[in-house]
Design a protein around this ligand. Structure first.
Ligand SMILES: [Zn+2]
Length: 97
């Protein structure tokens, strides 16, 4: 695959808003970090996404939020995640910091 036309994505550009809304609540989803990428070609392999409605993990709202958002992660999130990573890889190559 050619790198022509792909932009460099670096960690200081994160969080990055994704074009597809959250599959659960329709809010914006942010790319928080790239956890794994190709050393040679910058292909994005592992990512962390976060719905912008996610409350603080220590708060009382978090368990309920998590139950609502991640009761069926393979149904709700896996297709979303696959499409989001494909979208990223069409546009960007990850360059780390
Ligand atoms: Zn959401």
């Amino acid at each position: 695959m050619s790198d022509a036309g792909k932009k460099r994505l670096t960690c200081d550009m994160l969080p990055l808003a994704m074009p597809r809304p959250c599959p659960i609540c329709g809010a914006k989803v942010l790319l928080i970090s790239v956890t794994e990428w190709g050393a040679d070609d910058g292909e994005i392999l592992g990512t962390e996404f976060e719905c912008e409605t996610e409350p603080d993990i220590d708060s009382d709202e978090w368990p309920g939020w998590h139950r609502g958002h991640y009761s069926m992660p393979y149904v709700d999130w896996l297709p979303w995640d696959t499409a989001a990573v494909a979208w990223l890889n069409r546009r960007y190559r990850y360059a780390g910091s």
